[in-house]
Write a protein that binds this ligand. Structure first.
Ligand code: IDP
Length: 137
């Protein structure tokens, strides 16, 4: 089933020069990028994006990380892309992310208050619809 999802290269991905490598992997998998922009998220946008996390103890560190510089916001399209992109990303914690995944191959096991893990992807169809509407006109 052809789906769309919201994908993001987080600030560490842009700062560390991983944009080309991450987009290469998206395209190698056969997914199409149908919208893309470079932008620095405002605190307000981020709080809406991570509404499920705003009350958590790590949220201030997460917000500082995610607003530290530009991100690449994208809409991807492809067969079962929501699940497939989550597989390409790998586990949230880079220590647990398997080799072959973006986080497993490229993210460092940062000793920081926020887990810096290069990429984001919507985790369900409802999240994808909500996040695409939030980040794109
Ligand atoms: P996901 O990005 O793999 O979907 P979520 O649990 O939705 O993972 O968490 C969103 C983001 O918040 C993570 O990608 C990571 O950057 C950060 N994060 C999640 N859990 C923690 C934590 O326990 N400490 C610090 N940062 C965290």
């Amino acid at each position: 089933m052809t789906e769309r999802t919201f994908m993001m290269i987080k600030p560490d991905g842009v700062q560390r020069g991983k944009v080309g490598e991450i987009i290469r992997r998206i395209e190698a998998k056969g997914y199409q990028i149908v919208a893309m922009k470079l932008m620095t998220p405002t605190p307000a946008l981020l709080a809406q994006h991570y509404a499920e996390h705003v009350d958590k103890s790590f949220y201030p560190a997460l917000a500082a990380y995610m607003t530290s510089g530009p991100v690449v916001a994208m809409v991807g399209e492809g067969n079962e892309i929501i699940t497939g992109w989550r597989h390409l990303m790998g586990a949230t914690d880079p220590t647990n992310a398997l080799p072959g995944t973006i986080r497993g191959d490229l993210a460092r096991a940062w000793d920081t208050a926020a887990i810096m893990n290069l990429v984001h992807g919507s985790d369900s169809q409802s999240a994808a619809a909500r996040e695409i509407a939030l980040w794109f006109d």
